[in-house]
Design a protein around this ligand. Structure first.
Ligand code: CTP
Ligand code: MG
Length: 387
């Protein structure tokens, strides 16, 4: 049987978030589609050793939080918090599983704390036998200010550290400190110091900033946007048109003077149409017929650039970016190779992403081999926005 973890993390998430000023309690506010509470769990699941989790939430939201954890596959005990952070931590400590030797207390509001900080704190508690808190040097100049707004003094910042969470302690020390029921503090180290135990500082991390104000929430959103990879999706598009000797040839967005044209409601540009279908298919946005409609008079005789630009706009509005497109034209005419570079450059600039067109014949087989028309097959890669 696997032994139960010796480390437990109490995640406090029971505050109202008055400074954030959101309708919901702070830990339940979403950052890019996921609650602050659920994001704070990512740090714990990234730890190098497993840890038991006790989540402390507002009493009215215990079942909502439990349901969210169940959906996300997070194993956590959920318990109602108290009026102050300290009371919330105390409620969490009462739920520690048997076998817990080291307790970390973490603010859910520090939702982007890297797992390495948790590992660092655990390692230092284990090696020192003391309480350990992550901290960063203070960079601003700090003034003591009187109630009337006048500056009293300048505090030597070289002795100051701005502390973060998770704060880790040998279980017995933390429980002893909480049993004292001393004054209300905003962190656990204060209480452990009050109980007479030493506390050490290890390096914190800028990403452990506490989401406190609306500005912090914006910073969190942009952190997710810039660090979450876009997810790739691919699509295929095929189009075929018969030759129409009476028409002008437009293919791959280019005009081909002196060549037999292609029949179609628009200009019959099979390359452009196959690209549109591949892009729309990759993004799950339907197909060219659904987007443009063959009976749209504005599109009668329209060239490939109109279709491609509009498709690009539709994708971008739906949160996609185009990765690249590869197209193969199948047909006897026109001889494509001499104008391949020109076609690639035009299509690339229309889509804002690399497009490469190749051409082949079918050794006389099929309708393309018999010279009745052309086919184009496109493959597109699109990237779906994380936010
Ligand atoms: N916390 C808690 N129980 C409380 C108060 C705070 O569990 N009664 C938690 C918060 O949910 C947060 C952490 O302690 O994760 C740090 O507190 P803070 O950032 O001050 O959050 P709030 O108290 O919710 O915010 P505010 O002070 O702006 O109201
Ligand atoms: Mg608070």
């Amino acid at each position: 049987m696997q032994s139960s973890p010796s480390v437990a993390v109490v995640v406090v998430a029971a505050g109202s978030g008055s400074r954030l000023g959101h309708a919901r309690p702070k830990a339940f506010v979403e950052v890019a589609g996921r609650s602050i509470l659920s994001r704070s769990m990512d740090s714990i699941s990234g730890m190098s050793e497993p840890a038991a989790v006790v989540a402390v939430v507002p009493a009215a939201l215990v079942s909502e939080a439990a349901a969210e954890f169940e959906r996300l596959g997070v194993a956590a005990v959920v318990v109602a918090g108290g009026q102050t952070r300290q009371k919330s931590v105390a409620a969490g400590l009462r739920m520690l599983p048997a076998g817990t030797e080291i307790v970390l207390v973490h603010d859910a509001a520090r939702a982007f704390t890297p797992p390495e900080v948790f590992d660092r704190v655990v390692a230092a508690v284990r090696s020192s036998g003391h309480g350990v808190i992550p901290g960063l040097p203070v960079t601003d100049t700090i003034k003591g200010v009187a109630a009337d707004g006048t500056v009293r003094d300048t505090i030597d910042r070289s002795t100051l550290t701005a502390v973060q969470t998770p704060q880790g302690f040998p279980r017995a020390q933390l429980e002893e400190a909480y049993a004292l029921d001393a004054a209300d503090f905003t962190d656990d180290a204060a209480l452990v110091r009050e109980a007479g135990h030493p506390v050490l500082v290890v390096p914190g991390d800028a990403r452990s900033f506490k989401i406190t104000t609306a500005d912090d929430l914006e910073r969190a959103e942009s952190l997710v946007r810039t660090t979450t990879p876009w997810s790739p999706r691919i699509g295929t598009g095929v189009d075929a048109h018969a030759y129409d000797p009476g028409a002008e040839l437009w293919l791959a967005g280019l005009h081909w003077p002196g060549e037999a044209g292609l029949a179609g409601h628009s200009d019959g540009d099979a390359v452009a149409h196959a690209i549109c279908d591949a892009l729309l298919g990759a993004a799950g946005l339907g197909d060219i017929g659904g987007l443009f409609g063959t009976d749209d008079p504005a599109l009668a005789g329209a060239h490939g650039d109109v279709f491609l630009s509009r498709t690009r706009r539709v994708l971008e509005q739906a949160g996609f970016r185009i990765g690249n497109v590869s197209v193969q034209l199948i047909g006897n005419r026109p001889r494509f190779a001499p104008r391949k570079a020109e076609a690639d450059a035009l299509l690339t600039s229309l889509l804002g992403a690399p497009v490469s067109v190749s051409a082949t014949t079918t050794d006389g087989l099929g309708f393309t081999g018999r010279g009745e028309g052309v086919t184009a097959i496109a493959t597109a890669l699109v990237l779906s926005s994380p936010v």
